[in-house]
Design a protein around this ligand. Structure first.
Ligand SMILES: *[C@@H]1O[C@H](CO)[C@@H](O)[C@H](O)[C@H]1NC(C)=O
Ligand SMILES: *[C@@H]1O[C@H](CO)[C@@H](O)[C@H](O)[C@H]1NC(C)=O
Ligand SMILES: *[C@@H]1O[C@H](CO)[C@@H](O)[C@H](O)[C@H]1NC(C)=O
Length: 301
């Protein structure tokens, strides 16, 4: 069995690094992205909890005001969340003065947001209108975020409107066990990348196996496989019909990789230059052919 963990693919790194990670993640979400433990009434549903909005009753309030309530936001895909802003329910005496955040990739296995190693309690609001923004010490990377009220208005109920700030997560961490196929879809369907980073760890007692394969419509592909316990990387940045063989480049590294211990692989590419690192041994090479873009529009499996 081939066991691979932490596959990290950073696609189009140059673009994401130059972009500020401060988008409003909640404002554009549709109604179905929100859920909650309960609601006080129709106008008090979780979908009304967008910052500065006044629709419905102007925010979320659960049916009961106690410590068992939660509001959940589905960001649609994994996002990097760097800060949160909260506000009370519009023109009311309902707000949340202390809360915690949980996050998850599959709306189960919730993990609490920690700061300095402790489950962190955020300071919320003490009126209905002022926006209180908190920067996260470490960005949360997750698809689902849960807001858990701990303390609230003394003269009212739990109430909140909120916003999460962050950006798309261009590096994705995927775990799989050798039996399951993982799929990583590049965010934009047709993406030409001049730069990318792929890194993963694996352990295996098998001498042969494919760790990673991705291909595009134009014949571009990247293949990382074990052959007789040696790692082989093959990459093709595109072949024209006149140039079918030339675009293909293959290099090998390591031996006895079927020893059941963890090994790490990193592939860094900038245009035609590749750094192929296996267990801290780096080989630098240039791909053949005249193409500088990797056109992957399919999933990397
Ligand atoms: C929303 O939360 C309720 C519990 O309050 C749960 O029963 C329901 O399945 C959830 N819906 C979705 C779409 O997650
Ligand atoms: C209300 O919140 C503001 C801003 O966070 C803070 O400065 C103020 O001390 C708070 N007042 C009370 C009574 O908690
Ligand atoms: C490969 O490594 C060298 C030395 O660390 C570095 O200067 C170069 O930018 C790297 N190339 C790529 C494609 O990451």
């Amino acid at each position: 069995m081939l066991l691979v963990t932490s596959l990290i693919i950073t696609s189009n790194g140059a673009w994401s690094a130059s972009r500020k990670c401060d988008d409003s993640l909640v404002a554009p979400l549709p109604i179905k992205s929100f859920n909650s433990s309960s609601e006080y009434g129709r106008g008090y549903a979780a979908a009304f909890a967008k910052l500065n909005r006044i629709q419905g009753a102007g925010g979320w309030s659960p049916l009961d005001t106690n410590r068992y309530q939660w509001l959940q936001v589905d960001l649609g895909s994994r996002k990097q969340v760097v800060s949160i802003a909260t506000q009370g329910r519009y023109r009311s005496s309902d707000w949340t003065s202390q809360y915690q955040l949980l996050y998850s990739d599959a709306a189960n296995n919730w993990r609490p947001y920690l700061k300095d190693g402790n489950i962190w309690t955020f300071k919320g609001n003490n009126n209905s209108e002022d926006v209180v923004r908190e920067e996260l010490q470490h960005a949360i990377v997750a698809r689902y975020i849960r807001f858990i009220p701990l303390h609230w208005s003394q003269k009212g109920r739990i109430g909140v409107r909120l916003e999460l700030y962050g950006c798309s997560y261009w590096a994705d961490v995927i775990s799989f066990d050798g039996h399951s196929i993982i799929s990583y879809r590049f965010r934009s369907k047709k993406m030409k990348t001049v730069k990318d980073v792929i890194s993963l760890k694996f352990k295996t007692t098998a001498r042969d196996g494919v760790l990673l394969y991705g291909e595009g419509q134009q014949g571009d592909y990247i293949l990382l496989q074990l052959q007789r316990a040696t790692m082989e990387l093959s990459i093709n940045l595109g072949s024209s019909q006149y140039n079918l063989i030339k675009g293909h480049t293959s290099v090998t590294s390591g031996s006895l990789l079927d020893d059941g211990h963890w090994h790490s692989v990193a592939i860094e590419r900038y245009r035609r230059n590749i750094n192929f690192t296996l267990d801290h041994q780096t080989q630098q090479f240039r791909t053949n052919g005249e193409f500088e873009h990797l056109d992957l529009d399919y999933e990397v499996n």
